[in-house]
Write a protein that binds this ligand. Structure first.
Ligand SMILES: Cc1cc2nc3c(=O)[nH]c(=O)nc-3n(C[C@H](O)[C@H](O)[C@H](O)COP(=O)(O)OP(=O)(O)OC[C@H]3O[C@@H](n4cnc5c(N)ncnc54)[C@H](O)[C@@H]3O)c2cc1C
Length: 517
């Protein structure tokens, strides 16, 4: 039922993100029945289970010392209902597979994670994933109609939107007031249980979305789909400073873009073809006609002509691809960095209110400067949501302390600006211990109450969202001297997976021995 072979355990010791934690064993259930039997056995043995999809999550929710439960293969059913505009997808089905199946009907799943080629339905729901189009269409939460779950005691249930709050957890009037007072007002949030949404809708499904495998296994999802708008146009707009960019963002958001992405100079410097500006905004508009799409690009450019120092426009999909290639060129450039300079995701997902975007980018730049760690900043400007690759030289003495300083300083900046530590990647192990600073002790108590209601024996993903005692976010790193020892060939294949974003690779393939010649 589970495999304790040392090479198999090693292949599951890492996900995307910073950690290497060798699990006790690995299970790959073949379907719901098999998973239920596994849960019963784990409960009897009091062994923690770590739900996992493709392993592309960056916050460390997909690794842990218990038994990794790989749901990336055994739950692959997919059917589209064009009449009702829905898709039923097993937990293993990726965004790209849903998109390919829905497209012939003129339909799509609007939130578009850049990891859509490999991110599974179970993983996307569990992190409340998002993408560039989220500025207009929201995170995946808005598109989940129902989930099938296997709970911590092995019960199998379907939890549907509109079906009420279930029997496990309810909020009092006082709780609701605390939630309203303490939940941040950012446009995106994947930092802890979605109690604000639960309070608003009364839908139990809102607790499972973004729960990061701590409340139950998601085995299937009923997705709502949307029609694909026929026309598209956009622009690349360069700004001389952060203040000008920050002022432009609310104006562009008011024009209802389908994407509004930021490339900061810290990222642009890696792309020789990029314009020399302090920051670049890429904006895309989807409309019902070509004239409407072109018209709104004209409005955007005219409205900002005093603020920008660089303008390029595109009137169709191909032109837009060309404009957006700057963003795509950055990834291979970062992958070519010397092996000693590792891209580590520790402050990679902060989200702030829109009017604080420039201040946040300036704060991250300053914290990086002070820690002596180069960073590359980019992200979803229209949502006030910024990704940061920290690029420490791991051969330099003191790099870990510097990284911790960066982590702490950026947390302080987020607190000051009333932001959240995760806009879409989740809390995982990395951010669990900082949640109380963002929400206060009362809301943290509510998070604990949710966890107790669904998983009273703490079988599911302990240490994720609810912090482990002695939370230590930068321990168990996959880089540096202290990294857990695993076979060299597997370590180097895991590194290749990371460099090439090959998270769809079945992890058992990493264990194959190369025949000696
Ligand atoms: C190159 C790259 C680009 C990325 N771009 C984006 C992006 O644009 N937007 C975005 O939101 N994220 C992005 N991510 C992060 C990641 O792809 C998403 O968080 C994705 O939703 C994770 O899916 P997964 O299948 O890999 O889940 P995993 O990483 O395996 O798991 C993530 C979390 O969900 C839980 N989980 C997984 N499956 C289940 C299940 N079936 N039931 C219960 N719990 C489960 C795990 O326990 C864990 O806590 C990116 C990552 C990479 C490496």
């Amino acid at each position: 039922m589970w495999n304790s072979d040392a090479r198999v355990r090693a292949a599951y010791a890492e996900g995307a993100g910073i950690y290497r934690i060798v699990p006790a064993a690995v299970a790959i259930p073949t379907g719901v029945e098999d998973l239920v039997a596994l849960v019963h056995k784990a409960v009897a043995a009091q062994t923690p289970l770590v739900p996992r999809g493709a392993g592309s999550g960056m916050a460390g929710g997909n690794v842990g010392p218990g038994i990794i439960v790989d749901l990336s293969t055994g739950f692959s059913e997919l059917s589209i209902d064009p009449q009702h505009r829905t898709a039923r997808a097993g937990a293993s089905v990726t965004w790209a597979q849903i998109d390919a199946a829905a497209r012939p009907y003129g339909l799509r799943l609007p939130p578009d994670p850049s990891s859509g080629l490999f991110a599974t339905s179970g993983g996307m729901v569990s992190t409340n994933a998002a993408g560039p189009r989220t500025v207009r269409y929201g995170s995946v939460r808005r598109w989940v109609e129902a989930v099938q779950v296997v709970e911590a005691d092995g019960t199998v249930r379907t939890v549907a939107r509109g079906a009420g709050s279930g029997e496990r957890f309810a909020l009092t009037t006082d709780d609701r007031q605390r939630i309203t007072a303490r939940f941040p007002k950012t446009r995106k949030n994947s930092s802890g249980y979605g109690l604000d949404k639960f309070a608003e809708t009364g839908d139990e499904v809102d607790l499972f979305i973004g729960a990061e495998g701590t409340l139950g296994f998601v085995t299937a999802v009923r997705w709502r789909l949307d029609t694909i708008p026929p026309d598209i146009a956009g622009a690349a707009l360069g700004f001389p400073d952060l203040a000008a960019m920050t002022e432009a963002v609310p104006y562009l958001v008011s024009l209802n873009p389908s994407a509004l992405e930021l490339l900061d100079s810290t990222l642009l410097r890696f792309v020789p073809e990029a314009p020399r500006v302090a920051c670049l905004l890429l904006v895309e508009f989807e409309r019902d006609s070509a004239a409407a799409a072109r018209g709104v690009v004209g409005d955007a450019v005219r409205g900002l002509k005093q603020a920008v120092t660089h303008v390029e426009t595109a009137v169709d999909r191909r032109g837009l691809e060309r404009l957006w290639s700057v963003r795509r060129l950055a990834s291979p450039a970062l992958a070519r960095l010397p092996p000693s300079q590792r891209s580590l995701q520790v402050i990679e997902d902060g989200c702030v209110p829109l009017d604080a975007l420039g201040e946040y980018v300036a704060g991250v730049r300053a914290a990086a400067e002070s820690a002596g760690i180069p960073v590359a900043i980019f992200g979803h400007a229209g949502d006030g949501h910024v990704h940061v690759n920290a690029l420490p030289d791991t051969t330099r003495s003191g790099w870990r302390d510097a990284l911790r300083r960066l982590f702490d300083d950026v947390t302080d900046v987020l607190l000051r600006l009333e932001g959240v530590p995760s806009g879409e990647h989740g809390v995982g192990r990395l951010r669990a211990g900082m949640l109380e600073r963002f929400y206060g002790a009362d809301v943290m108590d509510l998070f604990r109450a949710v966890k107790r209601a669904y998983d009273p024996l703490t079988i599911l993903n302990p240490g994720v969202i609810i912090p482990a005692t002695g939370w230590s976010p930068l321990a168990a790193l996959k880089v540096g001297d202290g990294a857990a020892v695993i076979p060299d060939d597997i370590a180097s294949r895991l590194r290749d997976v990371e460099r090439n974003a090959a998270w769809a690779t079945p992890k058992l393939e990493l264990t194959h021995q190369t025949p000696s010649t």
